[in-house]
Design a protein around this ligand. Structure first.
Ligand code: 5GP
Length: 194
C-alpha cells in the first residue's frame, strides 16, 4: 500500500533492536485519514470472504480494527490483557509470549462475544514474531469459530512470525512488508529502498 509506505518513510523512526516506531500515525497519535485508507484496503483484500467479526488485541489494534470494521459492517471484539471485574468470568483464553518481557501473558475474550457460528478476521498493527496473532488464534480455536484470515498493517518480514503463521495454514496479508532496516533506512519487500 503506497500511501502507508510513504508514511512509514516520512514519519517512522528506527530504534535499537529493529523496532520501528510509528507513534506519529499508528501507535499513539492516530492519522484517521490513513486509518480509513487502511480499512478500505483490508476490505478490498478480504471482500470475497464471509466475515462476521473482527478480532484484535488491546491496545494498539483497536483503532485500526474499529475503523476497518466500518467497511465490513461487523462488530469488533478486542482481547483484554488484564483481568478485571468488568470482564465476565467465562472467557476464552490465549497465551502470548512477549520477547521484550521474556514471559507469557494471557489474553481473554468473554464467551458472550465469540461463538462457533462466527467467521473471524484478526487485525493487528504489527506482525513480528507472530506471538500476538498466535494468542488470538488460540482464543478463536477455543471458541470453535472459523478463523478466516489475519490482516496486519506492517509485517517485519525478517522475523519469523509470517512464516510460522503461514505454515500453520493461516492466510495472512500485510499492507507493507519490511525486509530489513539498515543504516536507518527501511527496505520494503518489493526491494524499493528509501
Ligand atoms: P509479535 O512479535 O507477537 O508478532 O508482535 C507483538 C506485538 O509487538 C505487535 O502487536 C506490536 O504491537 C509489537 N511490535 C512488534 N514489533 C514492533 C515494532 O517494530 N514496532 C512497534 N511499534 N511495535 C512492534
Amino acid at each position: 500500500m503506497e500511501l502507508l509506505k510513504k508514511k512509514i518513510i516520512e514519519d517512522g523512526r528506527i530504534l535499537e533492536g529493529n523496532i520501528l516506531k510509528v507513534d506519529n500515525f499508528l501507535n499513539h497519535q492516530l492519522d484517521i485519514g490513513l486509518l480509513n485508507e487502511i480499512g478500505k484496503e483490508f476490505k478490498k483484500i478480504f471482500s470475497h470472504k464471509k466475515i462476521t467479526k473482527i478480532l484484535t488485541a488491546e491496545v494498539s489494534g483497536i483503532a485500526i480494527a474499529a475503523i476497518a470494521a466500518q467497511y465490513f459492517d461487523v462488530p469488533v471484539v478486542f482481547a483484554k490483557k488484564t483481568e478485571s471485574k468488568n470482564l465476565d468470568q467465562e472467557t476464552y483464553e490465549g497465551s502470548v509470549y512477549s520477547y521484550t518481557k521474556g514471559k507469557y501473558y494471557k489474553i481473554r475474550v468473554s464467551k458472550r462475544y465469540i461463538s462457533k457460528e462466527d467467521h473471524i478476521l484478526i487485525i493487528d498493527d504489527f506482525l513480528a514474531n507472530g506471538q500476538a496473532i498466535l494468542g488470538l488464534k488460540e482464543v478463536v480455536d477455543a471458541s470453535g469459530a472459523n478463523l478466516v484470515a489475519a490482516g496486519v498493517v506492517i509485517e517485519k518480514g525478517f522475523q519469523e512470525g509470517g512464516k510460522i503463521l503461514r505454515e500453520a495454514n493461516l492466510e495472512v496479508h500485510a499492507l507493507a512488508t519490511i525486509d530489513a532496516m539498515v543504516n536507518g533506512k527501511v527496505v520494503f519487500r518489493n526491494h524499493e529502498q528509501y
